[in-house]
Design a protein around this ligand. Structure first.
Ligand code: ATR
Length: 283
C-alpha cells in the first residue's frame, strides 16, 4: 500500500500563504499521492513542531515569517547557503528522522531572473547591481547575485546599521560593495546593470517606493520582489521608460521547485499554468 507523502508550510500567521496552491498544483499535475498544507505554528512551538515531523509522516516543510531564523538552531544540519543567508526556508526529513535545513530563496531569485532575462542575464550582471533594502529577502538576493558573478553591489537601505551585515556578506561572497544612504537613493542608479527592490515599499497596503529612475541606463533590468500587485508602480515606471522588467511572482514559484523535488522526488516545472493557478488562488 502506498503511503501519502506529507509536506506543508509553517508560519504565524499562515492563512495568506500561496504555497499550498503552488505545491497543490504540482501534486495534481504529477498525480502524486501527497499533501501540502498550511500549518499555523506559534514561534514558541516551533521546536516541538519540527521535531514531530518524522513521526507524523512528513517529508519536510517550508518555513515562513517568523520561523526562518529560529529554525537555524533547531534543525540538525544547516547547509552552507542557509548559513550564509542566515535563514532556513526548507526543512527536509532525512531517512533517519533527523532534520536538514536549507534555503532555496537565492536559487528562486536567480532562476526567476534567468527565465525572465534569458541570454541577457550575463549582461545585466556585468554592471553594478543596485539593491534596495537589507532584510531577509535582500540576504538571499545578495548571495544569489554574488554567486552568479556580479562584481559590484550598491546597497541602499533606510537604516544604515541594518545594511552593514549585508555589506559584509556581499564582500565575503566576492563583490565590491558601496553603501548608499536612503536620502540619496537615486545615486545608486547611474551606470547600473540591474535594480532590485527587496523592500516592502510598493506592496498592497504599503507606501509606494519613491525613486526617480532618470539616472538608470535604459538597458538595465528592473526587478521587484514584491508580487502583490504583480506590476508594482516601480515596474510600471521602468516599463514606461523602456527598461526590461521581471516581476516577483517567479521567485516564489522557483524557490518551491527544489523543495518539491526533495520531498516528492520529481522536479516540477515553472510555467504559465502554474503562474495562473497561483495568481487565481484565494488567499
Ligand atoms: P524581508 O524579510 O521580507 O526582506 P524585512 O526584513 O522586514 O523584510 O525588511 C524590510 C526592508 O524594507 C528593510 O530593508 C527595511 O528597511 P530598514 O532596514 O530601514 O527597516 C525596508 N523598509 C520597510 N519599510 C520602509 C520604508 N517605509 N522606507 C524605506 N525602507 C523601508
Amino acid at each position: 500500500m502506498s503511503k501519502t507523502i506529507r509536506a506543508g508550510v509553517m508560519g504565524w500567521p499562515i492563512a495568506h500563504s500561496r504555497s499550498p496552491a503552488l505545491h497543490g498544483h504540482w501534486l495534481r499535475r504529477h498525480d502524486i499521492d501527497g499533501s501540502y498544507i498550511a500549518l499555523p505554528v506559534r514561534p514558541e512551538d516551533l521546536p516541538a513542531a519540527l521535531r514531530a515531523l518524522p513521526k507524523q509522516g512528513f517529508a519536510g516543510v517550508n518555513l515562513t515569517v517568523p520561523h526562518k531564523q529560529l529554525a537555524l538552531d533547531i534543525v540538525d544540519r544547516v547547509d552552507p547557503v542557509a548559513a550564509r543567508i542566515g535563514a532556513v526556508n526548507t526543512v527536509i526529513v532525512a531517512a533517519d528522522g533527523t532534520l536538514d535545513g536549507t534555503n532555496t530563496d537565492a536559487y528562486g531569485f536567480i532562476a526567476n531572473l534567468r527565465q525572465g532575462a534569458g541570454d541577457a542575464l550575463a549582461r545585466y550582471l556585468a554592471g553594478p547591481a543596485a539593491i534596495l533594502g537589507a532584510g531577509g529577502a535582500a540576504r538571499a538576493v545578495v548571495v544569489a547575485l554574488c554567486d552568479a558573478g556580479v562584481r559590484e553591489i550598491r546597497l541602499v537601505n533606510r537604516t544604515r546599521a541594518n545594511a552593514e551585515p549585508l555589506a559584509e556578506l556581499a564582500r565575503q561572497s566576492g563583490a565590491d560593495v558601496v553603501l548608499i544612504a536612503w536620502d540619496v537613493r537615486a545615486d545608486a542608479l547611474a551606470g547600473a546593470g540591474m535594480l532590485v527592490n527587496t523592500t516592502t515599499l510598493g506592496m498592497q497596503g504599503a507606501p509606494p517606493l519613491d525613486l526617480a529612475l532618470d539616472a538608470l541606463p535604459g538597458a538595465a533590468l528592473v526587478h521587484d520582489i514584491v508580487y502583490a500587485p504583480l506590476i508594482t508602480p516601480l515596474l510600471a515606471a521602468a516599463q514606461a521608460r523602456g527598461n526590461p522588467i521581471v516581476d516577483g511572482l517567479g521567485m516564489l514559484l522557483f524557490q518551491a521547485q527544489p523543495a518539491f523535488e526533495a520531498w516528492f522526488g520529481i522536479r516540477p516545472s515553472v510555467d504559465a499554468d502554474l503562474r495562473a493557478a497561483v495568481l487565481a488562488a484565494r488567499v
